[in-house]
Ligand binder design. Structure first.
Ligand code: DLL
Length: 433
């Protein structure tokens, strides 16, 4: 099903005509209202009138997270505070949060995009949506909430946490769509099982999971444990929040980017050069309809590629490959680039291993040491020591084989890796740079 058939299936030419018109208007507006952009454009020797074709976008300078920090909190807003009706922020791991604002029309746009996303993931008016993304400054909770209401579905604004109560509500209210991070979905399944409830007895059809990277193998695991279609949703506060792109239920292969609102590019993170479709690089977004917080060529740090092949669902918007990691959480272990999601992939292919893991990186005698801590099931953990050692060796061998990096594998007791209600912390880097 498609929520907005007119815009989601626009022929390329018509879509690009809309993009160009909207891009030109956005560039004019930010130049006139945001001192940061005026300075950036002036320094690059480019004026809004120079944007005559879509490819002229490439002449505009990039915007980075540091630029947002330098303009903390409201310096990048393009409208007076009188017109801002909502503020969100993303905490990040270091430094000041990134602050974003929305006008009433921005909230309206976002709700429409989230309604589109929910429908792409298998939801319709008749559904009950159990929304376990956190409500608050994080965009997950309220973003999904407004989309669900726009769609006309019933939303349970449960937010994150109090997992036992969530299970009770799932059992009693019979929700049909689950929305939360993929790591929390697995935690929910675990707590349900502890309380004698199997997901096969619940009514879920789809789960719409995102806000953190997860692998295809993790999807298989979630679908097996939760008995639902696990759909990948992507977004970031700086661009709007959740609802920048989503997989369709029909193909589950790449996330359609709502291109009538955002223009994606993939660049070489070292040189900044725009890469052709199909090549992996850093994702960059320009918003073309936002009022309060428009953003030009924002470097997301997320690693992906774009795919313009036609999709069986009928949507014409390009698809991005699932995000494999971030340029800034890529680990460099003795010179080898490794993303946590690649290790996850190897782990999830092994029998006996649970989808709960953490990577610890340390430097001993100037040498990087990667330790992979991964849980095994109750049964396996009580097996003989030799069996466990064999399993550790096997995992270590596979990691070496697939990723070319040596890792020490430590199997740990069930439930000993901390569970998260939001984004999971996969990496502990103890190295000092
Ligand atoms: O995480 C928005 C969101 C909420 C998306 C709910 C999906 C569902 P931020 O807190 O600003 O916004 O974090 C954005 O999270 O740059 C990615 O690195 C990561 N991320 C988000 N979705 C995915 C995904 C929300 N599906 C940052 N796969 C982004 C991989 C994701 N990474």
């Amino acid at each position: 099903m498609i929520y907005n058939i007119e815009f989601e299936t626009l022929p390329r030419e018509a879509l690009e005509a809309i993009q160009l018109r909207r891009l030109q208007a956005t560039v004019q507006r930010v130049y006139a209202t945001v001192p940061f952009y005026r300075k950036q454009f002036d320094e690059a020797g480019i004026s809004p009138g120079d944007i005559r074709a879509l490819k002229d976008l490439q002449r505009l300078p990039f915007t980075t997270k540091q630029d947002l920090r330098d303009n903390y909190p409201f310096g990048m807003f393009a409208v007076p505070m009188d017109n801002v009706v909502r503020i969100h922020a993303s905490s990040g791991t270091t430094g000041k949060p990134t602050v974003v604002g929305y006008t009433a029309r921005d909230i309206d746009t976002w709700s429409e995009l989230m309604a589109r996303a929910l429908v792409a993931g298998g939801a319709s008016r008749g559904d009950i949506i159990h929304n376990a993304y956190g409500y608050g400054l994080f965009t997950g909770g309220l973003g999904i909430h407004y989309g669900a209401e726009r769609l006309g579905a019933s939303v349970i604004p449960i937010s994150g946490g109090n997992t036992k109560r969530q299970i009770l509500i799932m059992k009693d209210f019979g929700p049909t769509i689950l929305t939360c991070t993929p790591s929390y979905a697995l935690h929910l399944a675990e707590v349900a099982a502890e309380n004698g409830i199997g997901f096969e007895d619940l009514k879920f059809k789809s789960g719409i999971f995102g806000a953190e990277p997860w692998s295809q193998n993790m999807r298989d695991e979630i679908e097996r444990k939760l008995h639902l279609n696990a759909i990948d949703i992507y977004g970031l506060s700086e661009v709007i929040g959740p609802g920048v792109s989503i997989e369709c239920l029909e193909a589950k292969s790449g996330l359609h980017i709502f291109e009538d609102h955002f223009i994606p590019e993939v660049i070489d993170p070292q040189t900044g050069e725009v890469l052709p479709y199909g090549e992996m690089g850093e994702l960059v977004f320009t918003s073309i309809t936002k009022e309060a917080f428009p953003i030009i060529r924002y470097r997301t740090r997320d690693v992906t590629s774009l795919n313009a092949d036609p999709c069986i669902c009928g949507r014409t918007h390009v698809r991005m490959h699932r995000v494999t990691g971030r340029t800034d959480d890529m680990l460099i272990i003795r010179g080898v680039n490794v993303f946590p999601s690649q290790i996850e992939s190897v782990l999830m292919e092994m029998r006996w291993v649970e989808p709960h893991y953490q990577l610890v990186v340390d430097r001993v005698d100037n040498l990087d040491i990667l330790t992979v801590m991964v849980e095994v099931g109750e049964q396996t953990f009580s097996d003989e020591v030799r069996k466990l050692q064999d399993l550790e060796k096997k995992i270590s061998k596979n990691i070496k084989e697939y990723l070319g990096v040596s890792a020490k594998v430590t199997l740990v007791e069930p439930k000993s890796i901390p569970r998260s209600e939001g984004k999971a912390q996969r990496v502990i880097d103890k190295r000092k740079f």
